[in-house]
Design a protein around this ligand. Structure first.
Ligand SMILES: [Mg+2]
Length: 290
């Protein structure tokens, strides 16, 4: 008798309950997924209310053993051009690379960009590159270059006002590289900061970051008043995520060596490209084949 008092759920109620449980489980497993969904829906509904800032390595491109051995996905420049049209010019690259290198990667198009973690800025596609900080002192570059013959595989890459030391091919050199950098930072107290990355260390001018780059680019006419979206994969992108989120925008993380998949919004550069194609409202590779 008692059992008859409990009514069995209808099929629709049962399906709703299953869906709700699945959504709650998905939230627990991937709490950032809903943030990406919200961002996607918002941009698609009104693209010209948003600005897009993109890191390069590990975000648009898969990470490579050396900075020059990258693979550039087919259709990347076409996709970026479509995004520029869709967002009415509010698309910029924010990278640790030099702007001249960024131009080679996205050519033939030229985008607004910041290079070397905020040390270089180019506001408009036709504008000149502005150096925000002076070139690194020669003694800093010279003392770091001495690491190269000591540790085969270490690559020292001067980048104007910054410098990157790649040790992906010589991971055992990490402690010695750090000791050399510590000595430099002490000698030039307050002038530079150490930025660790994925099997790389960078020395950048103190006070500059991808966050200062995003803030500066956001003041330019094409970007002003828009909600920023920053996509990146590394510790150096955190400052830009912070600035974007302070502006009620989105910091979207790409899984890789820094962000674990369960806290990331994208599983890797491939999924970033697919999302960008969705935002551009056109599958570029399909259209290229047709
Ligand atoms: Mg990166």
């Amino acid at each position: 008798m008692c059992g008859r008092l409990v009514q069995a759920p209808t099929e629709i109620e049962f399906q709703n309950e299953v869906q709700k449980t699945a959504m709650e489980a998905a939230q627990r497993i991937a709490p950032h997924r809903s943030r990406l969904d919200v961002c996607t829906e918002s941009v698609l509904s009104n693209p010209r209310a948003y600005s897009l800032f993109l890191d390069v390595d590990g975000t648009l491109l898969e990470l490579a053993a050396t900075p020059n051995s990258i693979h550039i996905p087919e259709g990347l420049s076409d996709l970026l051009q479509l995004l520029m049209t869709r967002l009415d010019g509010a698309v910029a690259i924010i990278s640790g690379r030099l702007i001249s290198e960024i131009d080679q990667i996205v050519r033939p198009i030229i985008l607004p960009a910041s290079g070397v973690h905020g040390s270089e800025l180019r506001g408009a596609a036709t504008g000149a590159i502005e150096q925000i900080s002076p070139t690194l002192p020669a003694d800093v570059v010279a003392s770091l270059k001495k690491l190269v013959p000591r540790f085969p595989g270490v690559i020292v890459e001067p980048k104007g006002s910054g410098l990157a030391i790649h040790y992906r091919l010589a991971p055992h050199a990490e402690a010695d590289i750090l000791a050399t950098i510590a000595h430099i930072l002490k000698t030039h107290e307050g002038a530079f900061e150490l930025l660790p990355g994925k099997r790389l260390f960078e020395i950048i001018p103190a006070g500059l970051s991808k966050g200062t780059a995003l803030a500066a680019l956001s003041q330019l006419p094409a970007f002003r008043g828009r909600v920023p979206i920053m996509i990146g994969d590394d510790i150096g992108d955190e400052t830009a995520f912070g600035v974007a989120e302070e502006m009620r925008g989105f910091g979207l993380r790409v899984a890789g060596e820094y962000f674990h998949p369960d806290v990331a919004d994208f599983s890797g550069p491939r999924s970033v490209m697919e999302w960008l194609e969705q935002i551009a409202d056109r599958p570029v590779r399909d259209s290229a084949r047709s």
